[in-house]
Ligand binder design. Structure first.
Ligand code: ACO
Ligand SMILES: O=CC(=O)O
Ligand code: MG
Length: 727
């Protein structure tokens, strides 16, 4: 039974009410006024939210109808039709963003980490991923091969250790070259007259080719414990300790190299989180509160020891002329709210209906962030008094304008100066990519990023053209014209809108958390394309990806791009990724189904049964892939599209679900509290939910998975609680 408290025209779930009352007290906001203004905000903005969703439906229905009536596809007519219905908006000519009070982390180029905020252990780890150990990142991943006796094994393997140390010295040689010799031959460090000297094996001393890269140190000048460098705006520490097991074996007593890594972190309330009711939402808000107050802790057992994790302090150094200074120990935190679609029973409106979850998120996450900007928290998140909200899944400029109005109202509600709340606009829906400049214009005074590379974008591509024809295989889609145009257009639109030195241009997630060697080889493409940041799935990935921002000076790349002729990408963006020119073999179709359905089941079973919103799911070849709601959207929409066009049959898809349930059960056997699906398909809510996502996929709003997932998870929670009560 959910208990509500009536307050103004709202009914607020009791637990949420008490939670918010406490926060209001802590941040000195008058509760009476807050509830009154909040109820007015809900009253005024609900119809607007309804309207943007209605428009999504109307446009999709019109597009479906057009494709049905125009089976022979004609690009020019299609474009004209999209213009006529307002799907393609008029592109504004000159848009220049004017965002003020932006933290330096937003302007610098470096990795962006994403983390499900409801997992305190991971969330604190993510905030602390501002700094990462290069040695750990190398030792623990496939960047260092296990060949020639360098296996990871159980204990420390000195052969592997040597490879790590050599790699580290190569990194130093690459970014901090010496006038003479190499970091491989350094045996000691001395600081004299603000200059760093390197003692070499042959007894000679040398210095940095560019002396300005040396920033400071810790310890004695004759025997520093930490040496701090800065290159392309990012810091690197050489950390020394002659008593440490690694340091004692090293000729210069270097025990590690620390990289400034995740400059920014997105604390996610959206696609990596399963939050379906008040209880779940409170867990999300509780952690965000702890991060903003700086008092979030997590205790857990690791390697047989109880660890208590908390936010890291700032790092202290002695700088030039002996002046002490500090560097931030934590990432600048953004919070990703949910989009405009879903509603939540946490609060009911005047009519007794659930309010929009996106509205609740903006109000609550901003309210909580006051802790960090009112100077009371131990560590202020923003040095410039800003709050950073990432807004996902917006379709076109009207929806961005709606977010802007929502942010205005929340600023008024909390007594904040206009544009305190910054917005990161995810370019992950087709109408946003096509109308990007118009979208930016709507939030030009508060925008802090646009970004691409998103999985949702592919899901939306498939859903938008569901009726047009069968789409290519999932992997082939990565090489299509629209994706290339999507990437290029995003960077070019951002630069022409003045993002350089003001806002981030971001790229998408590296979704293979265990394939770090491949990431190190490939993800350099993001800064090379002019992006100032790109998403990584883990602190380890952040540390390794940081190397790319030393390899590439993004400021230079952007300067170069700005001299180049720009073109319109609209026509390419409108190229639908049809499966043309080939008839897929039965085997290829089945392979595609196996792959997609295995991923769907592997992800959904954890979402439904355990409430885990982001999982490393072994694919059909047992390679762990990061799956979240966006990857689920692609897989489910892909099969829905093939079903629509008769590439596969419903029976074949169901049979594949049955077979893959056994595979997924086997892959999960070792998991604790895993409930198998294969032996009870009819009664397994997880199995049935996975099937529904595909068989009802075509009817889902924009192909989103959350309505069905939420239904399934709520049913599972009810089932668990019934069984528990029954004893
Ligand atoms: C399409 C989109 O919307 S993308 C955005 C959503 N995606 C994400 O947010 C991805 C976030 N990443 C994750 O959730 C995880 O990395 C997963 C699920 C992919 C893999 O998780 P696991 O299998 O537990 O990772 P693995 O076992 O390799 O590593 C666990 C360790 O790494 C840490 N870790 C892993 N990912 C993260 C992260 N994103 N942030 C902080 N720490 C992390 C854990 O804290 C843990 O370390 P600990 O034991 O010291 O606490
Ligand atoms: O939000 C991220 C995505 O890939 O979609
Ligand atoms: Mg997304």
């Amino acid at each position: 039974m959910t208990n509500y408290r009536v307050i103004e025209s709202l009914q607020v779930e009791e637990r949420l009410y008490h939670f918010l009352e406490e926060v209001l007290k802590e941040v000195n906001i008058d509760a009476k006024k807050f509830w009154y203004d909040f109820s007015c905000l809900v009253r005024d903005l609900t119809p607007e939210n309804n309207a943007v969703l209605r428009e999504r439906e109307q446009l999709q229905a019109a597009i479906n109808e057009w494709h049905t009536e125009n089976p022979t596809f004609n690009n020019a007519q299609y474009k004209m039709f999209l213009e006529n219905i307002g799907y393609l908006e008029h592109e504004p000519k000159d848009v220049t963003i004017t965002t003020k009070n932006v933290d330096s982390e937003v302007v610098l180029a470096g990795p962006q980490l994403v983390v499900p905020v409801n997992n305190a252990r991971y969330a604190i780890n993510a905030a602390n991923a501002r700094w990462g150990s290069l040695y750990d990142a190398l030792y623990g991943t496939d960047v260092i091969s296990e060949a020639d006796g360098a296996e990871k094994g159980r204990g420390y393997n000195p052969v592997r250790g040597k490879k790590v140390v050599d790699y580290g010295r190569d990194v130093l040689d690459q970014f901090f070259p010496l006038v003479q010799g190499s970091h491989h031959h350094v045996t000691g460090y001395i600081i004299k007259n603000d200059m760093l000297k390197f003692v070499l094996e042959d007894g000679n001393t040398t210095s940095l080719s560019d002396a300005t890269l040396f920033q400071g140190y810790k310890g004695e000048q004759s025997n520093p414990k930490v040496i701090l460098f800065k290159h392309n705006g990012l810091h690197i520490e050489i950390v020394r300790d002659e008593k440490d097991p690694i340091g004692s074996r090293d000729k210069a007593h270097v025990k590690d190299i620390y990289l400034e890594a995740a400059l920014t972190t997105i604390m996610d309330c959206e696609d990596s989180v399963a939050a379906v009711d008040v209880e779940d939402k409170l867990a999300v808000y509780h952690n965000w509160l702890g991060l903003m107050k700086s008092d979030l802790t997590a205790s857990f057992e690791k390697n047989g020891q109880i660890v208590e994790r908390r936010l890291q302090a700032d790092r202290e150094y002695i700088g030039l002329e002996g002046n002490p200074f500090t560097l931030k120990g934590r990432s600048l935190m953004f919070v990703r709210n949910v989009g405009h679609l879903m509603k939540t029973e946490a609060i009911l409106n005047k009519e007794g209906s659930p309010i929009y979850e996106g509205i609740l998120d903006t109000v609550v996450t901003s309210l909580i962030a006051l802790h960090s900007i009112n100077g009371k928290a131990k560590y202020a998140n923003s040095q410039t008094g800003s709050i950073y909200i990432v807004k996902p899944k917006m379709h076109g400029s009207k929806e961005v304008a709606f977010s802007n109005r929502l942010f205005n109202r929340v600023e008024d509600l909390l007594g904040l100066p206009r544009h305190t709340i910054k917005i990161g606009v995810m370019d992950e829906e087709r109408r946003t990519s096509l109308n990007l400049k118009a979208c930016i214009e709507q939030v030009k005074d508060r925008i802090v990023f646009i970004n691409t590379g998103f999985l949702d974008r592919t899901g939306d591509e498939i859903h938008s053209s569901m009726v047009a024809g069968p789409v290519q295989r999932k992997n082939d889609m990565k090489h299509t014209a629209w994706i290339k145009a999507y990437e290029a257009s995003n960077v070019s639109t951002a630069l022409s809108s003045g993002f350089q030195q003001t806002a981030q241009i971001g790229k998408g997630m590296w979704a293979a958390p265990d394939r770090m060697k491949a990431m190190v080889e490939e993800k350099v493409a993001h800064p090379q394309a002019g992006a100032t940041t790109a998403w990584v799935p883990s602190p380890t990935a952040a540390t390794l990806h940081a190397l790319h921002y030393h390899q590439v000076d993004v400021t230079d790349v952007q300067k170069q791009l700005l001299t180049e002729e720009t073109s319109s990408y609209r026509d390419d963006l409108l190229q639908i990724p049809f499966l043309t020119g080939e008839v897929l073999s039965e085997e290829a179709v089945q392979q595609e189904l196996n792959n997609n359905i295995q991923g769907i089941l592997g992800y959904v079973v954890r979402w439904i049964n355990q409430g885990i919103g982001c999982s490393k799911v072994p694919d059909i070849h047992n390679i762990g892939l990061m799956e979240d709601r966006a990857t689920l959207r692609i897989s489910s929409q892909h099969i829905a599209n093939w079903l629509h066009h008769g590439i596969c049959t419903k029976e074949q898809v169901y049979k594949t679900f049955e077979r893959m349930a056994t595979v997924v059960d086997q892959q999960n056997q070792i998991g604790v509290s895993y409930e198998p699906m294969a032996n009870k398909k009819e009664s397994s809510i997880a199995f049935q939910t996975a099937c529904r996502l595909v068989f009802e996929g075509e009817k889902q709003p924009n192909g989103y998975t959350e309505p069905i997932l939420h239904e399934g998870r709520k049913a599972k929670k009810a089932e668990d609680s019934y069984l528990l009560n029954k004893g």
